[in-house]
Design a protein around this ligand. Structure first.
Ligand code: PXP
Length: 251
């Protein structure tokens, strides 16, 4: 089997979650996207939710203009989101299920049950040159349904695997591995994501037919532990320098 490089899409939604907690501009998800690209991200992923709980319309406008790598817009299959996607024409659009009350995207899209609703979205996005993917559970029937309505890409939901332990996790992993093999067999490009961590990413990254992983929440969480120390040290130094200068002027 030929070696295929695995792309990393960094999801910056939760940088916006922190920003929105204060309703101000900091931390800026577009700045985070720049950091992600410098650190090796191949693409940036952002989910514009109906309730705008994290990423805003302005973020999508700025990401479309300012980032130098492909933008993957996660979106629900609604008229509003389709209009936004067609306006910005991101490199890719990943169609996800969306419920208002959920904390995050819970479970994959039911493409089997939603064929008639989803097909025109795939056609409209694809017709505008946007690469369409469908975020699905790792099930053959969902992959076949996605292929039947012309989606070129599927993203396998790794949430159940990431949350499981022991034997259950092995079984969940086996579902992902066999769905990824099936995707290749039926000509779908295969991505995966949701809940991946330093531990859970390792087996998934080794599946040869998966070509892209989208990872967000864990990275933003880890950034606290990797970055809080230096942020506090810098603040401490600025405070101490300012106070020493002030004391010097007073003498
Ligand atoms: N892929 C899709 C389709 C998602 O909806 C999400 C979560 O927004 C992710 C990947 C990233 O998941 P996480 O933030 O848990 O890494």
């Amino acid at each position: 089997m030929t070696y295929r490089r695995l792309r990393l899409g960094v999801n910056i939604d939760h940088v916006a979650t922190i920003r929105n907690a204060r309703g101000s501009r900091h931390p800026d998800p577009v700045r985070a996207a720049g950091v992600a690209v410098k650190a090796g991200a191949d693409g940036i992923t952002a989910h514009l939710r109906e309730d705008r709980r994290h990423i805003s319309d302005e973020d999508i406008t700025r990401l479309s203009r300012e980032i130098e790598v492909p933008l993957n817009l996660e979106m629900a299959a609604t008229e509003e989101m389709l209009e936004i996607a067609l306006r910005h024409k991101p490199h890719a659009a990943c169609i996800v299920p969306e419920k208002r009350q959920e904390r995050t995207t819970e479970g994959g899209l039911d493409v089997v049950a939603g064929l008639d609703h989803l097909e025109p979205y795939v056609a409209a996005l694809g017709g505008a040159g946007i690469r369409v993917s469908m975020f699905v559970e790792p099930e053959v029937s969902q992959l076949d349904a996605a292929a039947s309505i012309g989606a070129p890409v599927v993203e396998l939901h790794t949430g159940a695997y990431c949350e499981a332990d022991g034997e259950d996790q092995k079984q969940e992993f086996a579902r992902i591995a066999s769905a990824a093999a099936h995707a290749e067999d039926i000509g779908l490009e295969c991505h995966a994501g949701h809940g991946l961590t330093y531990d859970t990413v390792i087996p998934v990254a080794a599946i040869p037919t998966i070509v892209e992983l989208n990872i967000g929440h864990f990275l933003v969480g880890e950034a606290i532990f990797g970055g809080l120390d230096s942020a506090i040290r810098r603040m401490r130094a600025l405070m101490d320098t300012a106070r020493a200068r002030d004391a010097g002027q007073g003498t």
